[in-house]
Design a protein around this ligand. Sequence first.
Ligand SMILES: Cc1cc2nc3c(=O)[nH]c(=O)nc-3n(C[C@H](O)[C@H](O)[C@H](O)COP(=O)(O)O)c2cc1C
Length: 179
Amino acid sequence: MDIFQAITGRRSVRAFKPDPISKEILIKILESAQWAPSAGNMQARDFIVVEDHDTKVKLAEASWGQYFIAEAPVVVVVCANLERSAQRYGERGRTLYAILDAAAAVENLLLAAYALGLATCWIGAFDDDKVKRILSLPDHVKPIAIIPVGYPGRQPRPTPRIPIDRITYRDRYGNLYFR
Ligand SMILES: Cc1cc2nc3c(=O)[nH]c(=O)nc-3n(C[C@H](O)[C@H](O)[C@H](O)COP(=O)(O)O)c2cc1C
């Protein structure tokens, strides 16, 4: 699939078929995530692959009852490894770069999954402490996104975007680029 087709065709899907995902495909999307850029190539991110049904339900509960998460055959939790980036970048690594490293991986994962015919949804609304407990995450590993991955149960419509001519400026903020 062409990259622009992937970027514009991907949707947040909130209904999944129970069909399993092959290990080969799972590895491909995780490797795609890991090819994302990262500050100083520190790759300050870790992935937890959740296949256990009870754990998926607990994650859905920790996400304020977004139970469609538990419908997906696989849920990938992308975490920021704060100390891996802090080793080189100190406080900026801990509070910013590690989060960005994880977020870049999330976007790659979503696009790769879509290109392989899979559906995903980036879940960011959850109770961090509950997720940390459910997954036994150490203090320096912060959950960033819970991503249900599976074959789509429904195909949502595209969501609107603010036109770029309203949010792009020339040389300084306030001076619209497209005038
Ligand atoms: C940081 C972040 C947090 C999000 N959290 C949730 C969430 O908790 N639940 C959900 O259903 N969608 C969540 N989304 C998905 C957005 O609602 C979705 O990306 C947005 O509405 C645009 O739709 P699209 O992804 O289909 O283009 C989140 C997206 C991002 C980037």
